[in-house]
Design a binder for this molecule. Structure first.
Ligand code: DGY
Length: 427
């Protein structure tokens, strides 16, 4: 199908229907039925961008429902288990965080403030949106402060993830070496549910799941005390993608706080963004011509040419020469894939076109790259990538992720954030 044949109204109607289907009627949207039956942190924030196109009030509610489950220390957890569901593992009993409404005990990429700024600036009713955003600002600021304290205790300007699930890119090649060092003793028997919904070839391996669970149990044994987790975790990786998201969100939090007359929050967020941006420069790898993770346990850079090292496009100050280098990398990847942007460089022998974050393309990260391209004056490239995303969904459906070589849909079906990105990208 050529881009000209795209039936946008039909695509948008289908996207809106998916968001309605996955709305459980309690102020949150599940990512997809069966595979992910609860509220996920970054899913909900990104889904709000799509909801905003059809129902502004409901978009804010999605975020307010999530933020209502913020921990006292400021962390906003990665899953909120609002209601029972047996189709997912590990459920609330495994996490054991002891909260009235159970949650997981780790976090996820902080896209919240980036999304909130888009909601606020696009709102038909600015005054109503302003009041709701203003009420959320201290909570977002507390979450960002929590990142500095709990995940950057030495004040480097960059935060570490302590569990691959925190990155949102669970089984990225970026984590392989660090994950290999995580033991598996005492994990015991367990039954995965994800592979009952999705072909195992498209999901993380058992070896990875064993380590995901070992880390979970270790943190649980420490009473989910975030003051202790950073020192205790054998897995501590600084992800340029995750940090880029935090830096960009800090910038957007500062802009919102400025617009809504919260000068103290604005100053704190602006300082965090500037400090993060300066520190990010240390993650650049000349040999890969992009950013790469840093393993805080070994003190070494990780040679992994993944999508995480391209996401800084979204956070670099306009005019930064590294942005042009990232655009060249994106052009090069586009030349080598039928559908951009793969989650890992196909030239790497570890690339896997089907397996979750080891090769497939994701509309949510593409959305961030579209934003990054536009931010750096690459409007034509941004529009082309947005059209490619819409064309892909029109051709293959609302998959969770897609094969970058032939465009087939992978993972869960009728996926909320894919639907939300279609609504947002076709605005
Ligand atoms: C999963 O279960 O696959 C999730 O990505 C963890 O949040």
């Amino acid at each position: 199908m050529s881009a000209h044949d795209l039936d946008i109204p039909r695509l948008r109607a289908e996207a809106a229907a998916i968001l309605r289907e996955n709305d459980l009627g309690a102020g949150y949207t599940i990512p997809t039925k069966g595979l992910y039956p609860f509220q996920w942190n970054w899913d909900s924030c990104l889904v709000a961008l799509g909801l905003a196109v059809v129902d502004e009030d409901r978009a804010f509610r999605e975020i307010e429902t999530l933020v209502a489950h913020q921990w006292d220390d400021g962390m906003i957890p990665h899953i909120v288990f609002h209601a029972d569901a047996q189709s997912y593992f590990p459920g609330p009993d495994v996490w054991g965080t002891g909260r009235a409404t159970p949650t997981s005990g780790i976090t996820q990429p902080p896209v919240l403030a980036w999304c909130l700024r888009r909601l606020y600036e696009g709102a038909a009713d600015r005054a109503a949106a302003g009041a709701r955003v203003k009420a959320l600002l201290p909570k977002v600021a507390a979450w960002h402060r929590w990142f500095r304290e709990a995940r950057d205790p030495d004040g480097t300007g960059l935060v570490a993830i302590l569990h691959p699930w925190e990155s949102g890119r669970d089984n990225a090649i970026d984590w392989d070496a660090a994950l290999d060092r995580v033991p598996t003793e005492g994990v015991g028997d367990y039954v995965r549910r994800d592979t009952a919904h999705v072909d195992a070839a498209q999901r993380p391996t058992k070896a990875e799941y064993d380590r995901y669970l070992w880390l979970l149990k270790r943190f649980r044994a420490l009473g989910w005390d975030n003051a202790a987790l950073h020192a205790a975790s054998p897995f501590k990786v600084v992800d340029p993608g995750f940090n880029a998201i935090l830096i960009r969100s800090a910038e957007d939090l500062a802009a919102l706080a400025d617009a809504l007359d919260e000068p103290a929050i604005a100053a704190e967020a602006d300082a965090q963004a500037q400090r993060g941006r300066a520190a990010l420069a240390g993650l650049w790898r000349e040999d890969l011509e992009q950013y790469a993770p840093f393993d805080r346990t070994t003190g070494a850079s990780v040679a992994s040419a993944s999508l995480g090292g391209l996401l800084p496009l979204f956070a670099l100050a306009p005019g930064d020469p590294k942005a042009s280098a990232l655009v060249r990398r994106l052009d090069d990847l586009a030349d080598r894939t039928a559908y951009p942007v793969p989650s890992h460089d196909p030239a790497d022998p570890r690339f896997d076109r089907l397996r979750y974050w080891r090769g497939p393309i994701w509309l949510v990260t593409n959305r961030m790259i579209v934003d990054g391209l536009a931010r750096h004056g690459e409007a034509k490239r941004a529009t082309a990538l947005a059209r490619a995303c819409l064309g892909l969904v029109a051709r293959s459906g609302f998959g969770e992720y897609f094969d970058p070589l032939d465009g087939r849909a992978l993972g869960g079906g009728r996926f909320s954030w894919t639907a939300a990105m279609v609504l947002d990208l076709s605005r």
